[in-house]
Design a protein around this ligand. Structure first.
Ligand code: CP
Length: 320
């Protein structure tokens, strides 16, 4: 594998899941693979889980790691070509990226949607500049439109907890006070659509996602009806995708908060969320603290998804 930005990059998904479970059984089995190799992790946005789990995954493989928070201590980067750089950004991405590539073997990038230009966001302008100019294998640690390491961990978790071959998985929008990107729900939909699960998306009208990610998923505007018989409830907020409201909060309707009454409509479903989560906006305290909440094992699997991806990238570097 040369780069990792979406589910298709993994190739055979069943095979990738088997590799993930192999790593989970013995996460130090491949600790020679990354010897003398350096992972550079570039963060344009904050992180807790991605930062820690990816660094741990790299260390499990014997890699060295460097973490750069672009907005804390690095030169502020200009990303537009043709700009007269007389403002507050002393360095251009077009020099910075190849320079970063000189100091490492693999690069992970976190760069969220900016909501300034929908086309730039959905063309993954920043991530693609790393792919084009770094000269290194690049993987997404959450980009403008997808969060594939999270979705891979979500899938691993569902595979571990599912009781039937074809569980009903429901992704529900839930309220949040800030504008959040569509990367997690886009990506989760893309990964669920790559399985044969029954997959349903529920959200208020106006929060329709990009049809390219929704694919053949069923969209149900009645949240309670969507919850009926569900085996997994995956809660997430996202801002509007459709114009003219792209990137905006158009509703904070707390009738969409996941609570015990709604969970009672399900098939004793497990509750999932990628975290961080705003309690009593997205989900009530009692649901997230219940024995059916699997948000912590889900987060723990971030180490496994990252390690599976890094292993594949390292194997690609070695021509394996
Ligand atoms: N779920 C997730 O990516 O968490 P962080 O934003 O803390 O990395």
């Amino acid at each position: 594998m040369r780069h990792f930005t979406c589910v298709q990059d993994l190739g055979d998904l069943r095979q990738a899941l088997n590799e993930a479970f192999e790593i989970k059984k013995d996460r130090f089995r491949f600790n020679e693979l990354g010897k003398n190799k350096t992972l550079l992790m570039i963060f344009f946005n904050s992180s807790l889980r991605t930062r820690l789990s990816t660094q741990k995954a790299a260390m499990n493989l014997g890699m060295n790691t460097i973490v750069l928070d672009v907005n804390q201590g690095a030169w502020k980067l200009e990303t537009e070509r043709g700009v007269i750089m007389d403002g507050d950004k002393p360095e251009h991405l077009l020099e910075a990226v190849p320079v970063m590539g000189c100091y490492c073997d693999v690069i992970g990038v976190r760069s969220f949607a900016r909501f300034e230009n929908k086309e730039d966001d959905y063309n993954e302008k920043i991530l693609n500049q790393f792919i084009k100019y770094s000269g290194r294998p690049v993987f997404s640690m959450e980009a403008a439109t997808r969060h594939p390491l999270q979705s891979f961990a979500d899938l691993i978790t569902i595979e571990e907890y599912k009781k039937t071959a074809r569980p009903k998985v429901v992704m529900t929008w839930a309220p949040h006070p800030k504008s959040l990107p569509q990367a997690v729900p886009n990506s989760f939909a893309e990964w669920m659509n790559a399985t044969d699960y029954e997959f349903v998306i529920t959200h208020p009208e106006g929060y329709e996602l990009d049809p390219a990610f929704v694919g053949d998923a069923k969209v149900e505007y009645d949240q309670k009806r969507a919850f009926e018989g569900a085996d997994f409830i995956y809660a997430k907020n996202w801002s509007a995708y459709r114009d003219p409201y792209y990137g905006q909060v158009i509703s904070m309707d707390r009738n969409w908060t996941v609570d015990a009454e709604k969970m009672a409509l399900t098939n004793n479903a497990y509750f999932m969320h990628c975290l961080p989560v705003r309690r009593n906006m997205i989900v009530t305290d009692d649901v997230i603290e219940s024995p059916r909440s699997i948000v912590i094992p889900e987060a723990a699997n971030r180490e496994i998804s990252a390690q599976t991806v890094l292993r594949k990238l390292l194997m690609g570097l070695s021509g394996l």
